[in-house]
Design a protein around this ligand. Structure first.
Ligand SMILES: [Zn+2]
Length: 330
């Protein structure tokens, strides 16, 4: 009623022509605002997955990851604010394959209420590796070609939910996949510079299986696939024997885990007469601090490869995207 009275009063003050012109401009305004896309709110468990979404964003996505830097996804328990975020999300993307070991029930329940996809579980089974105990290895981001396949899965999911932007999603996906291919080629060149006898990567837990499989390194985690199992003294003893007898030059701590076992290896090898260097910390299950180069997937992989290549006696070549990474650090 107020609206009608306002329009009548308005018309009585204006010439018909002016009124038509004002109404027409009002109509255009509404038309433009109706074209504003609705914000799509996406929640991911890991920052790795949020990074893919960020790279595909046509400009109306708000993406948040629940697990920040230094967080161990195997042991992570969702907080009450995480549950609120998951309930509010238009779309939830998680890794799956039991990476989020303590969130499985919550995520599976959520998937009955809203779109929630386990990205790793949509990969062709032939791409996946079995770890010890016949468990499937969930650390899929460690192989760049597999991560490219995950990028494809996330792209298809976004297109299914937001089909009017499918061309933009496809263009952005192609651009990002081009960068991943450059990264993959550079990792192969870097690893090729490591003396063959030194291509052994010893880390705190079994996060690097896909990395070793794709790039030709033997990978040994002191703990198993999940950080829930403790490494026994016998395992530490056997590994220090190997370090000493094969003169393996370095072992590596991980950003999301305590370095207790790595210190035990270094001390054990020292007692057997072999000095093992402590390689710089590697990012395994969490990205670096957001706002830094290592806070992106590509930046994290570049850090890891430079670190392990140098510590194992190789010399990584210059990476073509180094400058771009530094400039674009979010
Ligand atoms: Zn892990």
């Amino acid at each position: 009623m107020i609206k009608r009275t306002f329009i009548l009063a308005f018309l009585s003050l204006c010439t018909l022509g002016a009124a038509v012109s004002v109404l027409a401009s009002g109509y255009q305004g509404r038309s433009a605002s109706s074209q504003q896309p609705k914000t799509l709110y996406i929640v991911t468990t890991t920052a790795h997955l949020a990074d893919i979404v960020h790279n595909l964003d046509p400009g109306h996505i708000r993406v948040e990851s629940l697990m920040g830097t230094g967080v161990d996804p195997h042991l992570y328990r969702p907080t009450s604010s995480d549950v609120i975020k998951l309930k509010k999300a238009d779309l939830v993307i998680y890794n799956g394959l039991h990476l989020e070991g303590r969130m499985v029930e919550l995520l599976e329940t959520l998937a009955q209420e809203k779109p929630a996809i386990a990205a790793a579980e949509q990969l062709p089974p032939g791409m996946l590796l079995e770890g010890p105990d016949n468990a499937t290895d969930p650390h899929i981001w460690m192989s760049v070609p597999i991560w490219e396949a995950v990028t494809g899965i996330v792209t298809d999911t976004l297109i299914a939910h937001d089909p009017s932007y499918q061309d933009t999603y496809r263009q952005k996906a192609a651009l990002y996949k081009g960068k991943l291919e450059k990264l993959d080629g550079w990792i192969k060149e870097s690893v090729a510079t490591i003396p063959k006898g030194n291509r052994v990567l010893i880390t705190a837990h079994d996060a690097f299986g896909y990395f070793g499989d794709t790039y030709g390194l033997e990978v040994i985690g002191v703990q198993g696939l999940s950080t829930e199992s403790e490494a026994g003294l016998q395992r530490i003893e056997a590994l220090t024997d190997r370090l000493a007898s094969e003169k393996i030059p370095a072992v590596f701590a991980e950003s999301s885990l305590s370095d207790r076992n790595i210190k035990a290896l270094i001390n054990g090898a020292h007692q057997k007469g072999h000095t093992v260097a402590r390689g710089d910390m590697l990012y395994s299950d969490a990205l670096g601090q957001s706002g830094t180069v290592e806070g992106t997937y590509i930046g994290m992989m570049v850090h890891n490869v430079k670190t392990l290549t140098k510590s194992l006696g190789g010399k990584p070549p210059v990476f073509a995207l180094d400058n771009e990474l530094a400039l674009n650090a979010p």
